[in-house]
Design a binder for this molecule. Structure first.
Ligand code: XMP
Ligand code: MG
Length: 174
């Protein structure tokens, strides 16, 4: 079944590069002179995180959390929980969540709740992509790359059953 799915390009690597540059410029304006903690949500955000931080020329730290929500396939179970936290202090830090895709909003809200308990100085969200039509929990990105149609996307870190993360372009499956 998986082998019949053909990835079709939605956003090219050049378009992604331009958008990541724009996001890095916006983030730089707000965090210059601070030392934020960039918190990626595994696994999908790892490619975006790697490109984003190399465009930021001020001190920062990186951590990752993992949230289980999607099982195999396209549909969320409707539940999400944090399955890997991290040990860096959060209290009084500027924290920026880095997410590959905002879909129902469940994953981001689980991570935001976890962080708010730790009393950060500030908490913002940088999302590479957003599917607003699918939102169930009101979450908005402070920094947003692409707005998506209601299609399942892969590539640039995003997967279908753990495959396709290595595609350099953002694609949808046909
Ligand atoms: P929620 O619904 O919690 O979803 O906002 C966020 C998480 O769900 C995964 N997700 C996708 N992964 N292509 C993917 O590869 C998609 O189109 C897609 N939509 C949601 C993703 O792991 C994200 O962190
Ligand atoms: Mg996934």
């Amino acid at each position: 079944m998986d082998s019949q799915l053909k990835p079709r390009i939605l956003f090219t690597r050049d378009e992604i590069e331009a958008v990541v540059k724009r996001l890095a410029a916006e983030v730089s304006q707000d965090y210059q002179g601070k030392c934020p903690l960039l918190l990626g949500i595994l696994k999908g955000s790892f490619v975006f995180m790697a490109d984003l931080i190399r465009l930021l020329d001020f001190p920062l730290e990186v951590e990752f959390v993992k949230v289980s929500s999607y099982g195999r396939g396209r549909e969320s179970s409707g539940k999400a929980k944090l399955v890997k936290g991290f040990s860096s202090p959060v209290k009084d830090r500027d924290v920026l969540i880095v997410e590959d895709i905002l879909d129902t909003g469940l994953t981001t809200s689980v991570v935001s709740d976890y962080l708010r308990e730790k009393k950060p100085a500030s908490l913002k969200l940088c999302a590479l992509t957003d599917k607003p039509s699918r939102r169930r929990i009101p979450v908005t990105a402070d920094y947003l790359g692409f707005t998506l149609p209601d299609k399942f996307i892969v590539g640039y870190g995003l997967d279908w059953n753990q495959k396709f993360r290595n595609l350099p372009d953002i694609c949808y499956l046909e």
